[in-house]
Design a protein around this ligand. Structure first.
Ligand code: HEC
Length: 399
């Protein structure tokens, strides 16, 4: 497909994905907050079957929210459901994934230095991991484990960790991260579609028929929505991690991702507990300490400079030729790459002055994180990286 058309599709889908995602997660945050802030209602409300109530002010108006213990005596004429937020987030996300990573498998999904697989095999593995991830999760939730929330939670974490490891040995670093995100997102949307919605439909139909409500439906939905609550922040993290090669391109990126899962899920836990009035600040402190520990653990190694190459042996002509050979296909006023047809990220590296100006970002991407050249398409060598590193270490002189 014409890269210009792909770029537009990408833009439209990503924009829609972000908007629907905000609507879904926003509603989810709001309802978790709401549930945790309900108070004991006055007697006249209790008599009507209201179990909790809450007052709020927003946008210049007062809101009175009441949650029924079981169900209202009569079904209201209009009942609002929250499902399209989830479905449309999943759909836009899936199409975006297919557009970038499947149609563009050779560009984005396959990294020959990790595993030189064919596009067909890579796509099959990708789709299988998404479908398989959901099936395994759903099966586990249907077993007796569902009664032991913490044990189930730990098992799920171990499985996600295993999956990230396997995918990191199969796909490009971005492809692996995005697939872990797709698996988690599919589980969350699947929970809405296959469990939460059916349980709510059963609830509504019992109320309409005036029959007692089967409590097992509610319990199932509760477990799934608890999982969704804790998966939200890790999922959002994966979605923005693409901008941080120091994380996704790290040698042990799968382990880094797990640490981030723990940090972000802990933060979510802190807020859930806080809404209920039993916050524990130590959770936040622990999350912050773990973040600092992670930062130190994955810091890029300093390149040995003076020992091997004395100061005066770095030649700018050589620097220029390395960058021209390895970078300008995608970072030039006149790109030559077939897929990346305009200067990527707005970075142009045609002249030595350009290179000097971009030196800190060249350092970040080509030396520290090593995710540039993109999936090492132009086959930059380790010696070339350290040559550029030394040039930058010595002040990135242009003369
Ligand atoms: C095959 C194409 C390709 C090659 C070759 C390539 N890049 Fe990139 N570059 C990209 C793409 C795509 C982006 C935008 C996405 C991103 O930022 O990850 C990008 C973005 C960047 C950015 C901007 C984002 C930022 O972090 O500031 C920098 C800097 C960069 N590349 C440096 C380099 C350097 C240095 C080289 C050569 C060693 C190089 N690139 C080679 C494709 C390429």
């Amino acid at each position: 497909m014409d890269p210009y058309i792909t770029e537009w599709l990408n833009l439209i889908l990503r924009f829609a994905h972000v908007i629907t995602g905000i609507a879904w997660i926003g509603a989810s945050f709001y309802f978790v907050w709401l549930d945790n802030h309900l108070e004991k209602p006055p007697q006249w409300k209790s008599d009507k079957g209201i179990g909790g109530d809450l007052w709020a002010i927003h946008g210049g108006g007062f809101y009175e929210v009441a949650k029924y213990k079981h169900a209202p005596e009569q079904m209201p004429k209009l009942l609002h459901w929250f499902k399209w937020e989830a479905y449309s987030t999943w759909l836009t996300g899936f199409v975006l994934l297919a557009l970038m990573f499947y149609l563009g498998a050779e560009t984005y999904l396959i990294d020959p230095s990790v595993s030189d697989i064919s596009p067909a095999l890579a796509i099959t593995i990708g789709l299988a991991s998404i479908a398989g991830g959901w099936l395994v999760y759903d099966l586990l939730c249907r077993t007796k484990l569902s009664e032991h929330g913490v044990v189930l939670g730990i098992i799920l974490m171990v499985l996600i960790c295993g999956l990230s490891y396997v995918l990191s040995q199969t796909f490009s670093a971005r492809g692996a991260f995005m697939h872990v995100g797709a698996v988690v997102g599919t589980i969350m949307a699947g929970n809405v579609f296959f469990t939460i919605m059916p349980s709510q439909r059963a609830l509504v139909s019992s109320v309409e028929k005036g029959e007692p409500v089967d409590p097992s439906w509610g319990a199932k939905a509760k477990l799934r929505s608890t999982h969704n609550t804790y998966a939200t922040l890790p999922l959002i993290f994966i979605m923005i991690s693409n901008h941080y090669p120091m994380i996704f391109n790290h040698q042990y990126n799968w382990a880094v991702l797990m640490v981030i899962f723990i940090i972000t899920a802990a933060i979510r836990q802190y807020f859930v507990a806080r809404h209920k009035g039993n916050e524990n600040k130590m959770v936040l402190v622990a999350a912050a300490l773990l973040t600092v520990a992670l930062m130190i653990a994955i810091a890029p190694k300093k390149i040995e400079t003076s020992a091997q190459t004395p100061q005066n042996t770095i030649e700018v002509a050589q620097v220029k030729s390395i960058i021209n050979e390895r970078c300008t296909a995608c970072h030039s006023k006149k790109n030559t790459d077939q897929i990346f047809t305009v200067a990527q990220g707005g970075v142009i590296l045609d002249t030595l002055d350009d290179m000097k100006r971009w030196a800190p970002r060249i350092q970040a991407r080509a030396i520290d994180a090593k995710d540039m050249p993109f999936i090492n398409k132009t086959k930059m060598t380790g010696e070339e990286r350290s040559y550029i590193a030394q040039w930058i270490a010595q002040g990135a002189n242009v003369k």
